[in-house]
Design a protein around this ligand. Structure first.
Ligand code: TYM
Length: 337
């Protein structure tokens, strides 16, 4: 069976990168897979979250899933902390994964920065929890943005080592699905930096809840370079792309939102000035992302609807993960008297 698991952290500001790198692809996969989409609140608290905001942020991510078109009748939508299998399997994986493996994780190094000694143990062990998220449901496919690739390789290593250690063929090795022309959306202020929830400048990202005026303003202010837009030949010239990261980023975003191949977009806009391209991009973004934001705001006014979806999701998620955890207990040798 093909089963998808993926998630977004309920830290502030669900943004265009989350949408194009992940959520939008999920919408398209829900017809062909058994899908579980999680709001990973246990991951969020690896860095400090205000308790009152965390609840609102959790509902905001749920609203983003629904507004983007995830159908709660076909997919399971829930928040991670309410299904005990995640934390429990993560502990078992803490005992399977090796320190050397986690020491190689680039995201920990980036997030912990210079204050490594002061980072939470949770931030360090985070990839083990992510492996547990997927494998508590025996997930086989994981649609994510490019930045999660290394974590998924670790999840495969953990599944493999668990199977080897216990002499079983129990966990599948989950496969990443990194899809579309915008798997790594960059900051609007700096083409060398990933668009992220934690960037200090709100102008670096498009939040899904930004209204039309703010979207237009942010696109107008987005960093570009002084040259006209390139033609399709740039797609075969890595050095030329590296020299124009902001241009490539905006083109990738446009191609993704327009659902057109990058070649076709480059052909259409080759030689144009950025000012014209930005107007077209802003119009398209208002029509697509702006629409999602409006629906999110509507949903957020009625927490009861969101909470109902989550409650049903929690139950459905437990119904899958409880029996898997019982089997895991047997495999590991935990007595179930
Ligand atoms: P998170 O919350 O940082 O991001 C959620 C999803 O959005 C993608 N993404 C991006 N894609 C393109 N461009 C960007 N600038 C960008 N920023 C974020 C991420 O790749 C991700 O798919 N550890 C994960 C959440 C997680 C998870 C899981 C995912 C926890 N358990 C199990 C899959 C399976 C994270 O922090 O995502």
């Amino acid at each position: 069976m093909k089963r998808i698991f993926s998630g977004v952290q309920p830290t502030q500001n669900v943004h265009l990168g989350n949408y194009l790198g992940a959520i939008r692809n999920w919408v398209r996969l829900q017809d062909d897979y058994d899908c579980i989409f999680c709001i990973v609140d246990l991951h969020a608290i690896t860095v400090w979250q205000e308790p009152a905001s965390l609840k609102a942020q959790t509902r905001e991510v749920a609203a983003a899933y629904l507004a983007a078109g995830i159908d709660p009748k076909r997919c399971i939508i829930f928040n991670q902390s309410q299904v005990p299998a995640h934390a429990e399997l993560a502990w078992i994986f803490n005992c399977v994964a090796r320190l050397g493996w986690l020491n190689r994780m680039t995201q920990f190094k980036e997030k912990a920065g210079k204050h490594r000694e002061n980072a939470s143990v949770g931030l360090y062990a985070y990839p083990n929890l992510m492996a547990a998220d997927i494998l508590a449901y025996k997930g086989t496919h994981v649609p994510v943005g490019e930045d999660q690739k290394q974590h998924l390789e670790l999840a495969r290593d953990i599944a493999q080592k668990f199977n080897n250690d216990f002499g079983v063929n129990y966990f599948p090795l989950p496969e990443p699905l990194i899809l579309g022309p915008a798997t790594r959306v960059m900051s609007l202020r700096d083409g060398a930096k990933k668009m992220s929830k934690s960037d200090e400048s709100d102008y670096s990202r498009i939040n899904l809840t930004d209204d039309a005026d703010l979207i237009r303003l942010k696109i107008r202010k987005a960093k570009t370079d002084p040259h006209p837009l390139p033609g399709p030949e740039i797609l075969t010239d890595a050095a030329a792309q590296d020299a124009r990261p902001e241009a490539m980023n905006l083109l990738g975003i446009y191609a993704a939102l327009a659902d057109r191949p990058p070649e076709a977009v480059l052909e259409e806009f080759a030689g144009s000035e950025f000012s014209r391209f930005k107007d077209v991009l802003a119009d398209l973004m208002v029509a697509t992302v702006g629409k999602i934001g409006r629906e999110m705001r509507r949903l957020q006014q009625d927490p009861a609807e969101i909470d109902g979806v989550l409650r049903r999701g929690i139950e459905a998620a437990r119904a899958i993960s409880d029996p898997i955890m019982r089997e895991v207990h047997d495999i590991v040798g935990f007595l179930r008297p």
